[in-house]
Design a protein around this ligand. Sequence first.
Ligand SMILES: [Zn+2]
Length: 331
Amino acid sequence: MQLTNDELVLDAEKEIKLERESTLKIIKLFQEISARRIYLERGFPSFYEMVTKHFGYCAGSAMRRINAMKLVQEMPQFEEKIETGELSLSVAADVQSFLYQEAKIERPYSLNAKIELVETCVGKSRREVEEEFARRNPDREKRETQHAISHDRLRVSFSISKELNEKLNHLKDLLGHVDPSMTTESLLERLAELGLAKYDPKRKAERASARKQKAFKAVPRTEVWRDTKKCDATDQEREERATSAAEARPNRENFGPRNRYIPAKESHTVPDDGKGCTFTSPTGRRCGSTKFLQLDHIEPYAQGGANTADNLHWMCGAHNRARNDATTRVQ
Ligand SMILES: [Zn+2]
């Protein structure tokens, strides 16, 4: 028999109640998974990555749950409000994200002030809490937002100071000979390349490798001419000779006490398949993150592991730290 209109509404109300209860349950499970850093041993560089890639939430849903999780972690008294729906997941997440942004610009809230803010937001819509945030911090329009507009394009929005705008325009003028109608995107592209050339450890290693090649071409000259036999030296022999000559010179690599410094000649030969962090979970999931990639000792340095290519692999910052952290269960 068909349900009456009243029955339909009643059924929906029941299911919604269950949905809210299970949302809260999920949040509490997330708290424990995050606290135990289980994402690391499962091959994820962050909890967010695990929530999206393992639990299958989309970016927005994942962020709402993670932010709400952080909020009730600090203020468990609001769990009930989430369960009853008086505090929606979105509003809880928005408040948490607002508090995070405020702390970042050195306007941290005390616990009491945080509680007072959440209480103010209970029962309000997202638009109403956004107004509340704007009232508390009128500079909020400065914050950065980004969203995908196609598979390979993002729309990023943030405001910049007049001074920064002047600097960027000045740079565009200076680069006018390269591209007279340079867009801000192509200027940022150039700046990103410059920054990466300076800070990316892989590019540093490649440069060191190129320098070594150059040195190899320059060094053997005198040696080759000194010894006629060496004129017939193959490229490989010349390279070996150049390397041993370089090793004989006292430098950071072989002079003084043992240190963590990884010689460029080692770092550039560490296998790199371009697929990011090499950490692989027991279930076979490879992390693959490219965030803060760094060389990690397979046999730990502290336990006598060598700074040689065969004892090094690329790892993301999170997995590198986890390995160095004796308290973690990640091996
Ligand atoms: Zn990793």
